[in-house]
Write a protein that binds this ligand. Structure first.
Ligand code: PGA
Length: 252
């Protein structure tokens, strides 16, 4: 299997400029010695210029947590893909459940964002995942299918050669309740299968991250599953020691 694992820190709306720089320095100090895993940090917009500057000659991938589906114009409070390009931002989280469920982004909105990010050569980390009541009603696959199909219908399946998918069950995010490795693997295999129905080589190369209460003590079990290629880490990415330990768990 040729997929390089990735461990990505989603800092969400946390920290200050000083604490973000401090966290980054601690991650950077240790990241050089970790080979065979792509390490990424997704910082709040306002800290991105500082983060990009600090990581200019580092292998750590820099990312934003969202972008606007429009390129420019009267969209107060929004940030476009071309603005992110100005700072050489490598990647962007799109469709995070907090964007979908707190800020009301639809699957169609997210699909447009995926399209615009790829056109700007910014790698989307495209998030999908079901809520607890959807899982309890046996709707997990239907929810994932709808979220995936929005992108496939707008952009074609080929776009997944340039997209990373993160499966993040909403009930596991920030709750301390992690999906078991088997539960996560089942959904990851479903997602890969969906892509494989249309293009088996894109499916084989697609990187699928798991997110939702990944911690140093459960990362290895999750990352050792066949279709789990790393993680999108929230809370534990704010502590350098925990984040680095999770990064190391992604190496065989
Ligand atoms: P968590 O967040 O690790 O704090 O559960 C993950 C995420 O929302 O990306």
């Amino acid at each position: 299997m040729s997929r390089v694992p990735m461990v990505a820190g989603n800092w969400k709306m946390n920290g200050s400029l000083a604490s973000s720089c401090d966290l980054l320095e601690k991650i950077e100090e240790q990241s050089d010695s970790i080979k065979g895993v792509d390490i990424a940090v997704f910082a709040p917009y306002i800290y991105l210029p500082a983060v990009c500057e600090k990581l200019k000659s580092s292998s750590i991938i820099t990312g934003a947590q969202n972008l606007c589906k429009y390129d420019s114009g009267a969209y107060t409070g929004e940030v476009s893909a071309s603005m992110l390009q100005d700072f050489s931002v490598d990647a962007v989280i799109l469709g995070h459940s907090e964007r979908r469920h707190v800020f009301g982004e639809s699957s169609a909105d997210v699909a447009e964002k995926v399209k615009i990010a790829v056109a700007a050569e910014i790698t989307p980390v495209f998030c999908v995942g079901e809520k607890l009541e959807e899982r309890e009603r046996g709707k997990t696959e239907a929810v994932i299918l709808e979220q995936m199909n929005a992108v496939i219908d707008l952009c074609g399946v080929e776009i997944f050669s340039k997209v990373i998918v993160a499966y993040e069950p909403v009930w596991a995010i920030g709750t301390g309740i992690t999906a078991t490795p088997e539960q996560a693997q089942e959904v990851h295999a479903y997602i890969r299968g969906l892509i494989a129905e249309q293009n088996s080589s894109i499916a084989a190369d697609l990187r699928l991250l798991y997110g939702g209460s990944v911690k140093p003590d459960n990362a290895k079990g999750l990352f050792s599953m066949n279709d789990i290629d790393g993680g999108l880490i929230g809370g534990a990415s704010l502590k350098a020691e925990d984040f680095i330990s999770i990064c190391k768990s992604a190496i065989d």
